[in-house]
Design a binder for this molecule. Structure first.
Ligand code: NAP
Length: 306
């Protein structure tokens, strides 16, 4: 019986592990893939207070090392269901069932897809969702980045240092990402902004050859030859598996307020997977702390009552 089982080892989950371990509780993190969450895809993090600049993967590594050094346990497993038995919960992951007094859901969100059949087929053949993972394959080539948020802008900056030419394709002419980054990119000679444009077709059989773009204002279409496309159009939650137990909003986020408490006592939601206004590294870390401290209190009350 663990005191705290954390589902997801991204920034929120690993921050929760640190706080729960420092409070002396037993902690298991269940993560279906590589620890780190979304931030491993960020080439540079420049907005985490106290750290001027750090590659995203480095930030994730440091956070993970901190949690593990404090004695958190981690198992690679995909959670398929959770049951509430009031004084404890069971967490099903593959063939294994874990028991815990509390559960922190910190599942983050998954990369949003454009939603074309060719997109699936061309992943790894010109299409990527991670510039820092795959950028090196496109050294000296012409690529495009799709999106107007900080991920897309960061990807363009990273790729501009490797590639001959980088197009930034965005559906509007103003950006959701930081103006400081936009300014920096506009000064780069090998970066070209193609705004007010959407991708309407991905051209290529076994390998991406070109994109068909449509200007959303004039409706004009153009073909843009590129060897790589980095899709950075945001994230979506993946909480369906928890729907029988915790309440989700219309978009699939777990309903929980700033106290991270869900509708089930002893189950908390932390980070990008919960309903919230601001989804940032800092808010994910903050949620981890809030959820862990609430879980610690819950465990203490359970232990005192038994
Ligand atoms: P995001 O901020 O949600 O931006 C997604 C972008 O994709 C938006 O510009 C959006 O356009 C566009 N988009 C969404 N759906 C689309 C579709 N179906 N077709 C075409 N375009 C579409 O996502 P993000 O950039 O991944 O960032 C997520 C969060 O992480 C943000 O809070 C961000 O600040 C943070 N982040 C931080 C760092 C860092 O600290 N260094 C790095 C990366 C990300 P519209 O603008 O028109 O909606």
């Amino acid at each position: 019986m663990y005191d705290v089982v954390i589902v997801g080892a991204g920034t929120a989950g690993m921050s929760a592990a640190i706080y729960a371990r420092r409070a002396g509780k037993t902690v298991l993190m269940l993560e279906e893939a590589m620890y780190g969450g979304q931030i491993i895809n960020a080439s540079e993090v420049e907005n985490y207070p106290g750290i001027q600049k750090i590659p995203g993967y480095q930030f994730a590594n440091d956070l993970h090392a901190q949690a593990m050094a404090l004695g958190a346990e981690q198992v690679t497993a995909s959670v398929t269901g959770i049951e509430d038995h009031e004084t404890y919960k069971t967490i099903q992951a593959g063939d294994t069932s874990y028991e815990a007094k509390t559960v922190i859901l910190a599942t983050g969100a998954k990369n949003r897809k454009i939603g074309m059949e060719q997109e699936e087929r061309l992943v790894g053949m010109g299409i990527s969702y991670c510039a820092t993972c795959d950028g090196a394959f496109y050294r000296g080539r012409t690529v495009a980045v799709y999106g107007g948020g900080n991920t897309a802008l960061g990807d363009v900056e990273y790729l501009a240092n490797l590639c001959e030419k980088v197009y930034l394709i965005h559906r509007r002419d103003s950006f959701r990402g930081n103006a400081i980054l936009v300014d920096r990119l506009q000064k780069k000679e090998n970066v070209e902004f193609l705004t007010n444009r959407i991708i309407v077709d991905l051209i290529g059989e076994d390998q991406l050859d070109a994109l068909k773009l449509q200007n959303v204002v004039t409706k004009e279409e153009q073909e843009l030859p590129v060897e790589g496309l980095f899709i950075a159009i945001g994230q979506e939650p993946a909480n369906a598996v928890f729907a029988p137990l915790v309440t989700l909003d219309d978009y699939g986020y777990i309903e929980a307020g700033e106290d991270c408490k869900t509708n089930v006592a002893g189950i908390y939601a932390a980070g990008d997977c919960r309903t919230k206004q601001v989804r940032q590294l800092t808010t994910a870390a903050a949620d981890g702390a809030v959820a862990a401290l609430a879980a610690v209190e819950f465990v203490n009350e359970l232990d005192a009552a038994s």
